[in-house]
Design a protein around this ligand. Structure first.
Ligand code: HEC
Length: 157
């Protein structure tokens, strides 16, 4: 009887773990971990964008497409890195994210669309057209989300 009971408990635990995985791993993670993970993704976004500008300066327009594609693939993942209750001291996320969740999701999809536009334009190797998309990219693709949803970083110099 005792053995049987243990089996039931273990089986139940396994079912809970499986259910937890299916409904979203983030829920089980500490807020600090989630914040570190999304800041890691955003740092990569910053690096990808800087690289895009460097490639444009070097006249290497077609090579921008791969960076833009990475941004386009990452963009839909952004909302999953902002589960409710992940406001920590280190986080620059604004509470508006959770108050206006559909708009936050829209801003992530906007980054995806803008990145795809940049990717497709870069692929044509048309430097002028690519510059034109890039000119408003920071404001359109990143700023559309940062402006309402992120505490601005302190001004340096
Ligand atoms: C859908 C919203 C959204 C979009 C789109 C977005 N960001 Fe962010 N970004 C945020 C939020 C929110 C934070 C603050 C996260 C935190 O500290 O918890 C952030 C933080 C950052 C940071 C600081 C990371 C750190 O080390 O703390 C950088 C750099 C950054 N974003 C770059 C970019 C770039 C470049 C783009 C466009 C290519 C972009 N982001 C697009 C929401 C967004």
């Amino acid at each position: 009887m005792r053995l049987l009971g243990t089996g039931v408990v273990i089986g139940g635990l396994a079912a809970m773990v499986l259910a937890g995985c299916a409904t979203g791993q983030m829920a089980a993670r500490k807020p600090e971990e989630v914040v570190a993970e999304r800041q890691r993704l955003m740092k990569l976004h910053g690096a990808l964008w800087k690289d895009i500008q460097d490639k444009a300066k070097a006249g290497n327009v077609e090579a921008i497409a791969v960076n833009a594609e990475a941004l386009a693939l990452n963009a839909p993942r952004i909302p999953s890195l902002f589960p409710e209750g992940t406001m920590t001291e280190k986080s620059k996320a604004k509470p508006e994210i959770w108050q206006k969740w559909p708009e936050f999701e829209k801003a992530a999809m906007n980054l995806k669309m803008e990145s795809e536009k940049l990717r497709d334009t870069a692929k044509t190797k048309d430097a002028n057209a690519t510059q034109a998309v890039m000119k408003s990219f920071g404001k359109n693709a990143c700023g559309t989300c940062h402006q309402p949803f992120r505490v601005p970083p302190p001004k340096q110099g």
